[in-house]
Design a protein around this ligand. Structure first.
Ligand SMILES: Nc1ncnc2c1ncn2[C@@H]1O[C@H](COP(=O)(O)OP(=O)(O)OP(=O)(O)O)[C@@H](O)[C@H]1O
Ligand SMILES: [Mg+2]
Length: 286
């Protein structure tokens, strides 16, 4: 049987000639139905590019992407994407934003069915009280939940989450992590989560797969995460296996970062000198 999602030797560059950027090189990945995968990567390494390729928004230069054995050829309702920015329509309410997406995928629903469908998914992300609110009236975390509801309401086969939580404060991020795990269990969707946070990957995913730093980034050694579900953040944090797993992934990221010399900060030796204090030197002219 064909894998659920398969990437075979996928490579992608942008531009041409002197300005060409080789972003991804020979990316291979197989995801089974119902799996929760986290990709952790360095900033600018090509994570959004990877999501956009699977979403069918851009095409690979080499290699192919197969969903249930069929080649991905442009975007489709079988893949729901939640991007880094919330990308909600500001003039529509929460209900309006979700409804618009649902209508595209399920044009035959009557008014009552449509409303019920929208309400079900807005309820799933705990935003029922905000149904009539506009995005500008919502916090960042709430907007991100609307994006998740919108993607889920289209009933995709796979949810592609591009760092959906990285712009949020730690508390909101923590509660949304728990919500995403619950939604994944309840909806039985396949999820690919991009994150810059190793702990988040360990908390949520069945497998954490690092993306090496670019240019020519590729997926590295994968780490299987075996904690029981439903997962409890406090229990996992206290589990010695968590620390071991985390250290192993961080050490791996450190190692690949060093080899590429891309994201490692240079060490500067500061000269041992004292600054000369010149009073009134920096008086602001009024
Ligand atoms: N349309 C484009 N044209 C040219 N270069 C691009 C384009 N999109 C992305 N890039 C470049 O490709 C590289 C990877 O970009 P991408 O957005 O995929 O990285 P990322 O890992 O998602 O970054 P971030 O951590 O900032 O989200 C970067 O060097 C970026 O500047
Ligand atoms: Mg990105």
């Amino acid at each position: 049987m064909a894998a659920f999602l398969e990437l075979r030797n996928v490579s992608k560059s942008y531009g041409s000639g002197d300005t060409m950027v080789d972003v991804l090189k020979n990316v291979n990945l197989t995801i089974e139905e119902g799996e929760f995968i986290a990709i952790v990567g360095f900033t600018g390494s090509g994570k959004t590019t990877l999501i956009s390729l699977i979403a069918g928004l851009i095409e690979p230069d080499e290699g192919e992407i197969l969903l249930k054995g069929k080649k991905v050829n442009g975007p489709g309702p079988d893949r729901g994407v939640v991007f880094q920015n919330y990308s909600l329509l500001p003039w529509l309410s929460v209900r309006g934003n979700v409804e618009l997406a649902v209508k595209q995928v399920f044009p035959k629903l009557n008014k009552t069915e449509l409303a019920a469908h929208v309400e079900k998914f807005v309820g799933m992300v705990n935003l029922t009280p905000a149904l009539q609110k506009n995005p500008t009236q919502l916090s960042g975390g709430m907007r991100q939940r609307v994006s998740v509801a919108r993607a889920l309401a289209m009933d995709p086969e796979i949810l592609l989450l591009d760092e959906p939580l990285s712009a949020l404060d730690a508390l909101t991020r923590g509660s949304l992590q728990i919500e995403i795990e619950r939604i994944w269990r309840e909806s039985k969707k396949t999820i690919m989560l991009i994150t810059n946070d190793v702990d988040e990957g360990i908390l949520l995913a069945d497998r954490v797969i690092p993306l090496t730093p670019g240019p020519n980034a590729t997926l590295g050694t994968e780490f299987k995460i075996g904690f029981e579900r439903p997962r409890n953040k406090i229990a996992i944090n206290a589990d010695p296996n968590f620390k071991k797993e985390r250290n192993a992934i961080l050490a791996y990221l450190d190692e690949v970062g060093e080899h590429r010399g891309a994201s490692k900060e240079e060490e500067f030796v500061l000269p041992d000198i004292q600054p000369i204090v010149k009073p009134n030197r920096f008086v602001i002219n009024r």
